[in-house]
Design a protein around this ligand. Structure first.
Ligand SMILES: [Zn+2]
Length: 562
């Protein structure tokens, strides 16, 4: 291998993007299987990630690996659907079997020829003299990392067809559902918050996706740091991608972006500050600013700004902060009150309403005995009208919520109305729920664990959507118990879970701080009551004749996770 006097300025290993475009293919859509062409913003990211220090030494028997590069990590922040996952998939390919490592400075006739690297595609890349050359990792270990499996799937599902349907199939004949074996004993795995078994291995490349959702509270900051330690031991590097983050969460994205470290490459196009995301015309200008021109369909790309606007407009209605982050690339805090109290107050009945005896109702219950309030909220199934059967506070230090009073309220409800379903969060009340279940029927009284973040988030979303749609109404604030109910709705603070689906980030609710006197139990109970009502309708309530038989046929005795 030829030696050259080191150049002074850092130089990009141009062989990397060239290799990608010669080997990676489009993973989906109409152009599936055709050559992958990097967008300008993707090329810019890779050009910086693979910039070699001008003074990088070359010792063939002991290469410097990661420290040969200007940057130890890269952070790419961009809006939804801009193509971050396919980009990361191409990077996984090059770090797996391509020329991802610095291999000295090129001499006069040097080049990269695939046939010398086990690839029979015939591709050759002639180096300019003085250009940094590339070589593959001997045993690459790559961990595609995200908070949830849905997110690692976004990259992994782009990666597999990228390999299977193009020239890389020759080098990597088989890609598995769970992991991919690489020639020479390397492999590609996925790591999530709930699947960390391979963490702490001798990783050479770690793409961390959605690092805006890596928080101290969900353990992802610790996980990321473990991976950075593993990488630094191996001379490997990490590539981080994210939407704009919530500045109140102290995520890995935020930390990496705000840190003073000069060996982190940061790429983040923020929109002009004077535009409002809530305003449709200005939102359009924001999208024009943050979505690169060449990703747009009118310029040969994959993306349509009209469909982005349609999705953004829908999300702005439900969650303006999240919409601004997802599609506007704007840093904005999403915490704060979970429910729109003005909207909630609009839903109060104008005249006091009496639900007739014998009406079908659903009940939700939540609470503790010593620390928090306990609330029972009823929903009339036919009308969606909600009212509290009772809200109890523990009476002073050491005194518990009066179990006999709660029991009496449940007894009265069952003897007055046709209670089709009651969901109760069992902690602290487990034995009492069993008692009610025995007394009123296990098909009517069900444990509903609120500590399941996804299930709880879906229940809250359904209740929140019902408020927006006007499907729910509630008793007037002139009644002190109803006023207390509304107070609990106003106290609820949104807490994002890290999970997300097509409707955005899933959130639950919590108090403004641990130990706070501002209780929220009635809002949890109301969401459970609403969930019980929806499930009862789905199971045939309002259609009394078939209802009981549907239950018996299905043998429903408990409610599982969605
Ligand atoms: Zn090749």
């Amino acid at each position: 291998m030829a030696r050259k006097t080191p150049v002074r300025e850092p130089v990009t290993m141009t062989v990397v993007p060239s290799w990608i475009e010669a080997h990676c293919v489009i993973p989906d859509g109409f152009r599936k299987g055709s050559a992958f062409r990097l967008y300008d913003y993707q090329l810019l990211y890779l050009a910086n990630f693979y910039r070699v220090r001008g003074d990088a030494p070359w010792v063939p028997e002991n290469p410097v690996l990661g420290p040969a590069f200007v940057f130890r990590r890269g952070l790419l922040v961009g809006p939804q659907k801009v193509g971050k996952n396919p980009l990361i998939a191409t990077q996984v390919c090059v770090e797996g079997v391509g020329p991802a490592l610095f291999a000295g400075w090129a001499g006069a006739d040097d080049g990269y020829a695939c046939r010398e690297h086990g690839c029979r595609c015939g591709w050759e890349y002639p180096y300019e003299p003085g250009e940094p050359m590339g070589m593959a990792w001997p045993t690459p270990l790559i961990q595609i990392t995200a908070f949830s499996q849905e997110s690692t799937d976004n990259t992994y599902d782009a990666l597999r067809p990228m390999i299977d349907d193009g020239p890389l199939h020759d080098l990597i004949p088989k890609t598995g559902e769970e992991f991919i074996r690489l020639p020479g004993g390397g492999r590609i795995d996925t790591v999530t918050s709930s699947a960390q078994s391979r963490l702490g291995q001798r990783v050479t490349f770690v793409p961390q996706d959605e690092v805006g959702l890596y928080w101290p509270s969900n353990g992802m900051v610790k996980l990321a740091e473990t991976q950075y330690r593993g990488l630094s031991g191996m001379g490997g590097r990490a590539s981080l991608t994210s939407n704009a983050w919530d500045p109140s969460q102290h995520s890995v994205a935020q930390r990496e972006f705000e840190s003073k470290a000069i060996d982190v490459y940061r790429q983040f196009v923020a929109p002009p500050k004077n535009l409002s995301y809530a305003n449709k015309a200005e939102r359009r200008r924001i999208h024009r600013a943050v979505y690169p021109t060449d990703v747009l369909r009118e310029h040969g790309g994959h993306l349509d700004l009209d469909s982005i606007e349609a999705e953004a407009a829908d999300l702005v209605e439900k969650d303006p902060a999240q919409a601004a982050r997802f599609f506007g690339n704007i840093l904005v805090a999403g915490a704060g009150h979970a429910f729109d109290l003005d909207r909630w107050n609009e839903l109060a009945v104008k005249r006091p309403k009496v639900v007739p005896a014998g009406a079908q109702i659903a009940i939700g219950g939540d609470g503790s005995r010593l620390w928090d309030a306990t609330a029972l909220i009823a929903t009339e199934i036919a009308s969606g009208y909600q009212w509290p059967l009772g809200i109890w506070y523990p009476g002073g230090v050491g005194a518990e919520v009066p179990v006999d009073q709660v029991d009496a309220a449940v007894e009265t409800a069952f003897s007055t109305y046709d209670v089709v379903r009651m969901y109760f969060d069992p902690p602290y009340w487990e034995s009492q729920v069993s008692v009610w279940s025995g007394r009123f029927g296990k098909e009517r009284v069900l444990e509903w664990w609120t500590n399941r973040p996804k299930a709880m988030a879906y229940a809250l979303r359904a209740w929140s959507e019902a408020m927006r749609a006007g499907d729910v109404e509630h008793c007037a604030a002139s009644d002190p118990l109803c006023a207390m109910f509304t107070e609990h709705v106003g106290n609820a603070i949104r807490h994002e879970t890290g999970y997300r689906d097509d409707g955005g980030i899933l959130w639950t609710i919590e108090k403004d701080r641990s130990g706070s006197p501002h209780k929220i139990d009635a809002s949890v109970a109301a969401a459970l009551s609403w969930e019980a009502r929806n499930d009862a309708i789905a199971a045939g309530a309002l259609n009394v004749e078939t209802f009981v038989s549907v239950y018996e046929e299905r043998g429903i005795t408990s409610v599982g996770a969605r």
